[in-house]
Design a protein around this ligand. Structure first.
Ligand code: NAI
Ligand code: MG
Length: 331
C-alpha cells in the first residue's frame, strides 16, 4: 500500500524548497500520494488563521508531512500562533530529531555522524510565560518524568542502531529540580539498554565540545531549549542551516522539515538551498521504512556536493533549480 504525504510549503523559501523536495520524491517513482495543505503567516494574513483545522485533518490523515517553514513575527500579533508549534502540540510530536552528518564538501567538517534528540513538548517552550508586572516577566520551565522518559527511550533506541553511545545534556548543577529530574530519568532508562554507553555533559560544556571535537559524539539527548540551540550550532558543522534536516516524531505521526526558517532576506529569488529540505525528505523516507529510497537520495546529494555545485549560502552561485535538478539526475 502506498503512503500519503502531506505537503505544507509555508512562507518564504519554504515555497521554493518544498516543491523541489517533492520533485525529488516524485523522481524516485515510489508509490507516494501527495496532498497539499496551507499554513503560515501569509495564510494568516489572508484568512485570519495560521493553521486551519482542514490542515490539521489532512496531516492527521496522512502517513507523514513535509513542512517548509513559516514566518513568525518577533512581537506578538493577536491571533497568530506558530503553525509548527501547533502541529507539534496537536500530533504530540514529542521527539525532535536533528542529525548532523558530514557532507563530502570543503565547507563541511569531516567524520561527523551525530544525532541530537531534542525533547519537543515542554521545557522552557511549555508556553507558561506571564507578566508579573510591567518590569518583570516570567517563563516557567516545565520538566516532567513522563516526557523525559519517552525522549530518553527514543534516544537509547536510536543509539542501538548507531554507535551505541548516548550523551545526556543538562544543567542539573544549577537547575537542580528540573534538570535533576531529566538527568535521573534518562539514566534510569539507560539501565534498560546495557549495550549503550551513557554519559552526561553540562550544556555549556557541550556547546564548546561540539565545536572542538564533534566526531566524538553519537546520540545527544536534551531538553527543548538546549536542543534547539545546540542543533543550530551543530548544523554549522555540516554547512549551515541551508543543508540541515530534521524530523518531529510522535507515537503515530511525524513531520519533517529543514532546520532553517522562511529566510525572508533571500525569499523569492530562487537561490535558497534545497538540500536541507531534500535531506528532510530522505529522513521521511526512512520513517516510512523506504530506506533504500532514502539512501538513494542521500547518495545523490553527496554526489552533487562532490561535484562542487554550491548555492550562495555555501559560497557558490547555483540556483535552487540547478541544485535540485542535479540531485534528481544523480538519483
Ligand atoms: P532563517 O533560518 O530563516 O534564516 C537565517 C539565515 O540563514 C538567513 O541569512 C537566511 O538567508 C539563511 N538561510 C536559511 N535557509 C536558507 C536556505 N535554504 N538557503 C540559503 N540560505 C538560507 O532564520 P531567521 O532569519 O532567524 O528567521 C526568519 C523567519 O523564519 C522568522 O520569521 C522565524 O520565526 C522563522 N523561522 C521558522 C522556523 C520554522 O518554521 N520551523 C524555524 C526558524 C525560523
Ligand atoms: Mg531553531
Amino acid at each position: 500500500m502506498g503512503n500519503r504525504i502531506c505537503i505544507i510549503e509555508g512562507d518564504g523559501v519554504g515555497q521554493e524548497v518544498i516543491p523541489d523536495a517533492q520533485r525529488v520524491l516524485e523522481a524516485l517513482a515510489l508509490d507516494l500520494e501527495f496532498v497539499r495543505a496551507d499554513a503560515g503567516f501569509e495564510h494568516f494574513q489572508k484568512t485570519g488563521d495560521a493553521i486551519p483545522n482542514a490542515t490539521l485533518e489532512i496531516v492527521q490523515a496522512c502517513d507523514a508531512t513535509l513542512f517548509g517553514a513559516t514566518s513568525s513575527p518577533m512581537t506578538r500579533v493577536e491571533g497568530y500562533k506558530s503553525p509548527i508549534l501547533a502541529l507539534r502540540k496537536a500530533l504530540d510530536l514529542y521527539a525532535n530529531l536533528r542529525p548532523v552528518q558530514s557532507l563530502p564538501a570543503n565547507f563541511s567538517r569531516a567524520n561527523i555522524d551525530l544525532l541530537i534528540v531534542r525533547e519537543n513538548t515542554e521545557g522552557l517552550y511549555a508556553g507558561r510565560e506571564r507578566a508579573e508586572n510591567d518590569e518583570t516577566m516570567i517563563a516557567e520551565r516545565v520538566i516532567t518524568k513522563r516526557a523525559s522518559e519517552r525522549i530518553a527511550r527514543v534516544a537509547f533506541e536510536l543509539a542501538m542502531a548507531r554507535k551505541k553511545r548516548v550523551t545526556v545534556v543538562h544543567k542539573a548543577n544549577v537547575l537542580k529540580l528540573t534538570d535533576g529530574l531529566f538527568r535521573e530519568t534518562c539514566f534510569n532508562v539507560a539501565r534498560e539498554f546495557p549495550d549503550v554507553a551513557a554519559k552526561e555533559m553540562l550544556v555549556d560544556s557541550m556547546a564548546m565540545r561540539l565545536v572542538q571535537d564533534p566526531q566524538n559524539f553519537d546520540v545527544i539527548v536534551t531538553t527543548n531549549l538546549f536542543g534547539d540551540i545546540l542543533s543550530d550550532e551543530a548544523s554549522a558543522l555540516m554547512g549551515g542551516l541551508g543543508v540541515a534536516p530534521s524530523g518531529n516524531i510522535g507515537a503515530s505521526n511525524a513531520v519533517f522539515e529543514p532546520v532553517h526558517g522562511s529566510a525572508p532576506d533571500i525569499a523569492g529569488q530562487g537561490i535558497a538551498n534545497p538540500i536541507g529540505a531534500i535531506l528532510s525528505a530522505a529522513m521521511m523516507l526512512d520513517y516510512l521504512e523506504l530506506e533504500d529510497a532514502a539512501t538513494r537520495v542521500r547518495n545523490a546529494v553527496n554526489m552533487v556536493m562532490e561535484s562542487g555545485m554550491r548555492t550562495r549560502d555555501l559560497g557558490g552561485a547555483a540556483t535552487t533549480e540547478e541544485m535540485t535538478r542535479a540531485v534528481i539526475e544523480n538519483l
